[in-house]
Design a protein around this ligand. Structure first.
Ligand code: ADP
Ligand code: MG
Length: 398
């Protein structure tokens, strides 16, 4: 953390020629269980991780936002946009396949969204923003939410807006939906803003109520390993949107506001009314919702073996019913289990990214080398295997 703060300060000075006023950060997240349930108004159980995106920031005299990231060369300020042009910019990028702003669409989108949420930016000053991050991109760990939430927290404080964290989470979601053009829910931002050490965040995606659920991993001698397959996805296009459309179709055909309104006992009656494929999509969502609630019960009883079994069932459901896994993810999960994991599943939107495994501390190195060896044997690119620690949410760091 100290290193990254120094990096952020140094990089800010190099780009903007003066020191930052403060540094804010927000973590990536791992979704323990509850995949593709968020936009179905169901339950999710993510936790914030110990990988973070930092933003060094300082207000300006004018009304221009300037943004830079270590993604670009030392001397590059990627985007300069007057606050008064944000609405126009949003109209330009809305509806496009992929935003021409690339990464800057996320922080610019957050500034726009804060305005939309009633921040009253008429009197706001411009801000210089420099991003530095340890969250890998596209690995299913939500580097995008980390970027949005760090931005939201920094702007909220620099502009004296006084938004509560669930409102900042909405600003991040709006940036992603309406500026970047990725139809995602509010889970990632909620985990990034509301996470706490050694706890997961149970989010009811309908009421937006949250509850911290202690994970007890340390006491149980367990670690969560991330196995990043290195296969990258693109949420702004393709399968994610298709799955979402299937779920919406199923809800319409069954006459419910969202799939959240169906329980496992409704599955029989649903099967007659849907095509096989749509039914499988629905069955994933309905059973996954139940698994989230069961996982919370298991954690309350400190039953990590039961949690592991739920992770396994979640993976099978995503592989067979929702069809969003990949051969690399299936292999990672299988090998982790064979080498001591209590359970494992792909995490994130799917079509690549990472799996997580719940592993006894003593088995971590065995799982790691077994996964490495299996990937090599199958001719897959080398995976990155590393532990993540359930960590506090977004904060001011300096
Ligand atoms: P993820 O699963 O990591 O959230 P996304 O495709 O949703 O994957 O978001 C990744 C995108 O977020 C990157 O392509 C980039 O545009 C942006 N991003 C993430 N971290 C940074 C950063 N430190 N600096 C600039 N852009 C970033
Ligand atoms: Mg993302």
């Amino acid at each position: 953390m100290t290193d990254l703060r120094d990096d952020a300060r140094r990089a800010f000075r190099a780009r903007f020629g003066h020191p930052p006023q403060g540094i804010w950060s927000a973590p990536g997240r791992v979704n323990l269980i509850g995949e593709h349930t968020d936009y179905n108004e169901g339950f999710v159980l993510p936790f914030a991780i110990d990988l973070r995106t930092l933003v060094a920031a300082a207000p300006r005299q004018d009304r221009v936002l300037r943004m830079a990231s270590t993604f670009d060369d030392e001397d590059t300020v990627y985007l300069e946009v007057p606050l008064d042009a944000l609405d126009e910019l949003q109209e330009l990028v809305a509806g496009g396949e992929a935003s021409p702003l690339e990464w800057a669409a996320y922080p610019a989108g957050v500034a726009w969204a804060l305005g939309r949420l009633g921040a009253g930016l008429d009197a706001a000053t411009g801000v210089d923003l420099m991003f530095v991050s340890s969250v890998p991109v596209g690995a299913g760990l939500s580097s995008s939410a980390a970027l949005e939430c760090a931005t939201a927290l920094a702007l909220d404080e620099l502009w004296g807006l006084g938004f509560v964290r669930p409102e900042l989470a909405q600003a991040g979601r709006m940036a992603e939906n309406d500026f970047v053009g990725a139809p995602t829910g509010v889970m990632d931002q909620t985990a990034s803003l509301l996470g706490a050490a050694d706890a997961a965040v149970l989010l009811d995606c309908r009421s937006l109520e949250t509850e911290l659920v202690p994970l007890g991993l340390g006491d149980a001698g367990l670690e969560v390993l991330v196995i990043d397959t290195g296969v990258r996805h693109d949420h702004a296009s393709g399968g994610y949107g298709e799955r979402r459309a299937s779920c919406e179709k199923a809800a319409v055909l069954l006459g419910v506001p969202a799939l959240r309104d169906l329980g496992v006992t409704d599955l029989n009656r649903a099967e007659d009314k849907l095509s096989t494929e749509t039914f499988h999509r629905l069955r994933h969502v309905v059973t996954e919702n139940q698994r989230v609630l069961d996982a919370v019960d298991a954690l309350r009883e400190n039953d990590h073996a039961a949690l592991g079994a739920l992770l396994d069932a979640s993976h099978a459901s995503m592989r067979d019913d929702f069809e969003i896994s990949t051969p690399e993810l299936d292999l990672a999960v299988e090998v982790a289990r064979e080498n001591g994991a209590l359970g494992a599943r792909m995490t994130g939107g799917g079509f690549g990214g990472a799996a997580i495994a719940l592993v006894p501390g003593d088995d971590v190195s065995r799982v790691t080398s077994a996964v490495d060896a299996a990937f090599a044997e199958h001719g897959y690119g080398a995976p990155e295997v590393f532990p993540v620690v359930p960590s506090p949410g977004a904060a001011r760091d300096a």
